[in-house]
Design a binder for this molecule. Structure first.
Ligand code: CU
Length: 225
């Protein structure tokens, strides 16, 4: 009965409307690639260890015949030492190179061109303010044009908040007195849920917003409204 209740709770909680591995921007696809890559490498290691473990447990189990055998005395094994030093190094390089490259690319705001759009995002207990270059301000929805590079300038007025629209990119902290930047290029029109991902006070759960990605024309119209 207890188990059943737990499964039910899990099912209810999994009804969350945030989709993490459903990238709708270049940044999010790059990050999803890193998640799959690291997960793949981990699974490879788990598999190799599991196969070796089961193999050895079987091979060296006690049998009638081997009961009184004394194993040969071994002092080190150079081949094995090399294998288990070099293999992890190769795996770590395979993980580190794309991670560092993508991390730099995502946060390389200096490389932005003139075409880049800038939006100031300010968090405070308990609301968001999205401020566009022409002075337009919104609180409930962040509207972005599709296929347009956008740099979000993230700050906070009071405590630490965290900006998170899973479809568009990973979480980014919003720190009072400091500015963090996030570069995204939405690749598909649609409405994506966003929220504050850092517990910031009693009404933390109210810090939700919608990101609407619309076509360029619609965006211009909306911006001038
Ligand atoms: Cu918050």
């Amino acid at each position: 009965m207890k188990k059943l209740a737990m499964v039910a709770v899990l099912l209810i909680l999994s009804g969350c409307n945030l989709r993490v591995l459903d990238p709708k921007s270049q940044t999010a696809s790059d990050q999803a690639f890193l998640i799959y890559l690291s997960f793949g490498i981990m699974m490879f290691v788990v598999l190799v260890v599991a196969v070796l473990f089961i193999g050895f447990t079987w091979k060296y189990r006690e049998t009638e015949k081997k009961r009184n055998d004394v194993p040969k005395h071994e002092e080190g094994n150079r081949t094995l030492e090399i294998i288990w030093t070099v293999l992890p190094i190769i795996l770590l390089i395979g993980l580190a190179v794309p991670t560092v490259m993508i991390t730099y690319d995502v946060s390389n705001i200096g490389a932005s061109s003139e075409e880049t759009m800038h939006v100031n995002v300010v968090a405070e207990q308990y609301r968001w303010t999205f401020e566009y270059e022409n002075g337009k301000e919104t609180h409930k929805n962040l509207v972005l044009p599709v296929d347009q590079e956008v740099v979000l300038h993230l700050t906070s007025k009071d405590v630490i908040h965290s900006f998170w629209v899973p479809n568009l990119g990973g979480k980014m902290d919003m720190i009072p007195g400091e500015e963090n930047q996030m570069k995204i290029t939405p690749s598909e029109e649609g409405t994506y849920q966003g929220k504050c991902a850092e517990y910031c006070g009693t009404l933390h759960t109210d810090m939700r917003f919608e990101t609407e990605v619309v076509d360029q024309e619609e965006f211009q119209q909306w911006l001038e409204e």
